[in-house]
Ligand binder design. Sequence first.
Ligand code: C5J
Length: 222
Amino acid sequence: MAEIDALPFPFAFKPEAVALVVIDMQRDFAEPGGFGASLGNDVGRVVAIVPTVKRLIQGFRAAGLPVIHTMECHRSDLSDLPPAKRNRGNPSVRIGDVGPMGRLLVVGEPGTAILDEVAPLPGEIVIEKPGKGAFYATSFGEDLKRLGVLQLVFAGVTTEVCVQTTMREANDRGYECLLAEDATESYFPEFKAAALAMIRAQGAIVGWTAMTDQVLKGIADA
Ligand code: C5J
């Protein structure tokens, strides 16, 4: 059995039962004028991981392994946007309002789209999710069951919000989860470091972490 050199200990890789889950690599989190920037964040940190996320996606595709993409977004009538989410805080523009890339985090708007460099290919599953976690109010759980996967490799943004929430949801449902350390990012370096530490603490209580090169090596060795 192939192993991925991971923390806190090697990850026993099952290539016949693995999928890559790429979380929310959307313009709204990576470009000026989007949702991330509306909260005062430096979106350059997200842009910096795009080549690594792309390399990971290409490795899965080349091996014929499933790639699933998620998008945080809401219906145009905002019926799936709780007021508590829309009205939170003091952003420069709120979810559903019009910004330079269209309405923030609304399905079909230019800013809501996944970045071109890491865009889904025809046939790849794309989960449109109204929450931070990918299981809430989506078909994600059923899709994973249909694919017969037992292990999930995670990439995307942001580490401590949508990535960590989805990893915890998946861990509770019995999936073995591994986060690609250099293919995920936070607007706050200290939050990323803390999230990675929390995930792998206490004997991988939420899951494993590994560098993208190690994940790709595991795929090549399998
Ligand atoms: C956030 C996300 N940070 N995709 N969303 O609001 O992590």
